[in-house]
Design a protein around this ligand. Structure first.
Ligand code: SF4
Length: 81
């Protein structure tokens, strides 16, 4: 969920094209144990989903839904098999 202010990535034009920019940002940062379904549904139709997920993985974003994945789901990817 690209609402934070990045400091290193200079190619951030994709963030303006994210569907989450047009929706409720709180859905992408649910309370602990809260539903992520609404945010993930939005991500499904987002044209910059792959770029968003890549950004979150590279920058090790710890909170929120990015590229359709929760923090726990992203951690599984970076942890490997
Ligand atoms: S993939 Fe999801 S979190 Fe990322 S920009 Fe698109 S809507 Fe926002």
């Amino acid at each position: 969920m690209p609402t934070t202010t990045p400091t290193r990535d200079t190619d951030l034009g994709w963030q303006d094209r994210g569907l989450c920019a047009q929706t409720d940002p709180e859905a992408f940062f649910p309370e602990k144990g809260g539903s992520t379904r609404q945010a993930k549904r939005v991500c499904t139709g987002c044209e910059v989903r792959a770029r968003c997920l890549e950004y979150a993985l590279v920058h090790q974003e710890r909170f929120g839904i990015w590229g359709g994945l929760s923090e726990r789901e992203r951690r599984k990817i970076t942890a490997g098999p």
